[in-house]
Design a protein around this ligand. Structure first.
Ligand SMILES: *Cc1c(COP(=O)(O)O)cnc(C)c1O
Length: 396
């Protein structure tokens, strides 16, 4: 798909390309159909409004919600901030305790950290060595003053899928709101806010072949009716919860990406599993390589491995010409600190350093996976050989 000199893209947890079918759906809304969906007095406004409405219906149906429960945002980061700060501000009189998990995305952890400066108490649940939370620990952590539990659907580094329905059931029984960051999960695994008792859910378009800079927060309207304090005030769009002119082309693309994702979900997940198994079978020939996270309860496109006796930086440099991927999480790829997610799994710091996250996606081919598998094996083998040579023999 890409020209020959570019590395093979295996970083689909960081972002994905916009599917051509999505791009095509978006294009008219940049030009002829450029109206403001809030304009109620002319055709330009009506056609934009109608396109936004259709996308809203598609996205709502994808998670078994109603269209009124979807608040468009600039992405999952904003949706997480809106959910967590919005609930904190609306419910603080009932308590100032929030429960989340050590392996969450920074867009959840950092708003929680910020709330601590305002007097909230946050419990960061640990995870088991496979990356899953312990439901008994969650149960035990809930206090009378707990107002919110925030647990992601699928992890962006290790792909682990948390038991959402069980978490939702516990939260519902205890009368605590349940928020889930589903940025990596939407249109990859089935999500149902009713069956899973989810009260707030963060979504984004650009991890499922939609455009960057658009997402949504689902906010439950009945049983119970959730109120959240707006974090951006202005023109009163999105039922006064999130002001700002709606970005029509992006929203249209988001809707199309979700529609396509749902249509393709079953066959695509099967295809990705096949590619992942191929990759793992090639890598697993190496000694001293280990899988991170639960082996099966995870996203089909995710493979995260830790490699012994190899320097993480040297490994990334060696792979760069052939394959685009991440060590640790994309957000902290530039830092030398081991990923907080791998550390939370109880990985030794050293092992956490030499780790690779493969994010396989819709447009990868089996031939690409074979090339990558062989390259990774050969780069690691030669780095290990160089390391084992006596110092002076390197100078020959
Ligand atoms: C990518 C990602 C985010 C951030 O989403 P943006 O739309 O880029 O703001 C949040 N949480 C998870 C789990 C993610 O993977």
């Amino acid at each position: 798909m890409l020209n020959d000199n570019r590395p093979i893209y295996l970083d689909c947890h960081a972002t994905t390309s916009v599917d051509k079918r999505v791009l095509e759906a978006m294009l008219p809304y940049f030009s002829e159909r450029f109206g403001n969906p809030s304009s109620t007095t002319h055709l330009y406004g009506w056609e934009a409004e109608s396109a936004v409405k259709q996308a809203r219906i598609t996205i709502a149906e994808a998670i078994n919600a109603t269209p009124e429960e979807i608040i468009f945002t600039s992405g999952a980061t904003e949706a997480n901030n809106l959910a967590i700060k919005g609930v904190a501000e609306a419910y603080f009189s009932q308590g100032k305790h929030i429960i989340t998990v050590a392996t969450e995305h920074r867009a959840v952890l950092d708003p929680c950290k910020y709330l601590q400066t305002l007097g909230f108490t946050i419990t960061y649940l640990p995870v088991q060595p496979d990356g899953l939370i312990d439901l008994e620990q969650l149960r035990a952590a809930i206090r009378p003053e707990t107002i919110l539990v925030s647990v992601m659907a699928a992890n962006n580094e290790i792909g682990v899928i948390q038991p959402l329905a069980q978490i939702g059931q516990i939260c519902r029984e205890r009368g605590v709101l349940f928020h889930s960051d589903a940025a990596q999960a939407i249109a990859k695994i089935p999500l149902d806010v009713e069956q899973m008792n989810i009260d707030l859910m963060s979504l984004t378009a650009h991890k499922v072949y939609g455009p960057k800079g658009t997402g949504a927060l689902y906010v439950r309207r009945r049983n119970p009716r959730v109120t959240i304090a707006s974090q951006i005030q202005g023109g009163g769009q999105e039922r006064n919860i999130r002001s700002g002119t709606l970005y029509t082309p992006q929203i249209v693309g988001f809707g199309k990406a979700i529609e396509l994702g749902l249509d393709l979900m079953a066959s695509e997940q099967e295809y990705l599993l096949q590619l992942r198994e191929k990759l793992w079978s090639l890598l697993n020939q190496l000694p001293g390589i280990e899988l991170n996270g639960h082996p099966t309860q995870k996203l089909a496109g995710n493979l995260n491995v830790s490699i012994e006796r190899v320097d993480g930086t040297a490994l990334m440099l060696g792979l760069q010409p052939t394959v685009a991927l991440s060590s640790g999480s994309a957000c902290s790829a530039a830092s030398t600190k081991p990923s907080h997610v791998l550390t939370a799994l109880g990985r030794e710091e050293k092992l956490a350093h030499a780790s690779i996250r493969f994010g396989i996606g819709r447009f990868n081919t089996i031939a690409e996976i074979e090339t990558v598998g062989k390259t990774v094996v050969s780069v690691i083998t030669s780095l290990r050989q160089a390391r084992n040579l006596p110092q002076n023999s390197l100078k020959i």
